[in-house]
Ligand binder design. Sequence first.
Ligand code: NDP
Length: 484
Amino acid sequence: MSTPTEDANVTYTPSPEGAVKTLLILGASGDLTGRLLLPGLARLITRGRADGLQLVGAGSDSWSTQDWQGRLAESFAAAQEKADDAGRAALERICEDSTYQPVDVTVEGELAKLLDTLTGPVAIYFALPPAISQKACELLEPDDVPAGTRLVMEKPFGSGEESARRLNKTLKALVPEDHIHRVDHFLGKATVFNILGLRFANRMLEPVWSNQHIEKVEIFFDEKLTVEGRSRYYDKAGALRDMIQSHLLQIMALMAINGPATIHERDLRDHVGSTLRAASIGPDFARCTRRARYTAGSIGDRSVPDYVDEDGIDAENMTETLAEVEVAINNERWAGVPFILRSGKAVGRKRKEAVVTFKPVNHLPTGFTGADAPTRLRIGFGPDTLQLEMDVNGPGNIFSLDRAVLSAELNASDLHPYGEVLDGVLSGDPLLSVRDDIAEDCWRIVEPVLEAWANNEVPMDEYEAGSSGPSAWVTSQEDVPLES
Ligand code: NDP
């Protein structure tokens, strides 16, 4: 039996089978592998965090090992340039020893046969279309997977609560829950710990971190990117499934959890789980949800067509490119506080942050001029930053209130988000992965909205690409101007 490690920075109980020896990437020729996974892995390798790892690429393409090694060289190039001698040598070794195995994972027995040739424990990264990953797992038997195998599943995890539950059942028939890594690359380790450190290591914050003092919490992820050639996936997903169902609900939970006893995976994920169990949207969807689609416009010097005129988009799908929902967390701490989650593509101003708006003071002494603007705390994501906006006496007229902003940069990780994901997988730490009940619950929260939207209970608004969203959507995040 394994015992918890004594290293205080380790948040998990090490696997009794020991560290992962082989990383098998299924979908070796795919976009995710080339653009995100391999560059993330490369940084990990140059930092000596993947020593002795065997890397195997596999997929339905009839590639040779040379083709695969060519892809590795390309994806490793940026890390290679920055690495020291030891890092470069480690990259070269992994590249030279790496092989490619053609496999169609939907053919019974093919993946099992491949696994039989690998040195365990193996981490199987399913960088495949979701339906293919699911089929591949359904075809595996527990005896097909070497002891200590870790399954790494990409988003979307299922297509609804019921399908996530079925997928969980399939996976847990193969390996224990703490060997399943449901990837949420959005939640880097630094971001998670930055939020927790800020919230729980500052006496002045926790006492006011509740419905007694907080008016609302907003979480934004607006980006300038459009569908960028991923229409096959995005047109079936949309902003609500793509961003809010997964990433933004996770951030919301971290902003809202009660203080855990430790920052180990069990305590932390228990708290995230119980917070999300208290969360819901509705029932008045026309009031608490909004959706919109971009029309032609320009972002910087780039012209963008109507969303429905982008390659591979079917207007009949009624896919939203901007979504906003108001989530209620029905517990003692948060009852009555709206958590507003918003994410959109082709928005003129890139914005990735959580904004906590405090209630006004009970009484502003008579005699001050200017507005008592609410105190706001902003936590920026990637780069992680902190800003506290407060009222102070203005220059010149000391009776007039003015705004002061205290700013700080928070700790950044030297790994790419996917480097952090792989670090957790290779070291056997599930802290950053989404637990089974949490994956199901995130669908439970958004499914009523998806249904209401499918029934057209909420209109599809429009916004010009490059604008800040539909003009009728008043966003409260901008600075409130002082009245003279
Ligand atoms: P791609 O379509 O680019 O790649 C899919 C890969 O799977 C290809 O290498 C394909 O090979 C292989 N494949 C398909 N069918 C089989 C099969 N039967 N047996 C073996 N290999 C097969 O997809 P992405 O890389 O974009 O996405 C992969 C996963 O990652 C998806 O779940 C996606 O949602 C998720 N994801 C992707 C992100 C991205 O930015 N790309 C971001 C976040 C998540 P072939 O070409 O021969 O068919």
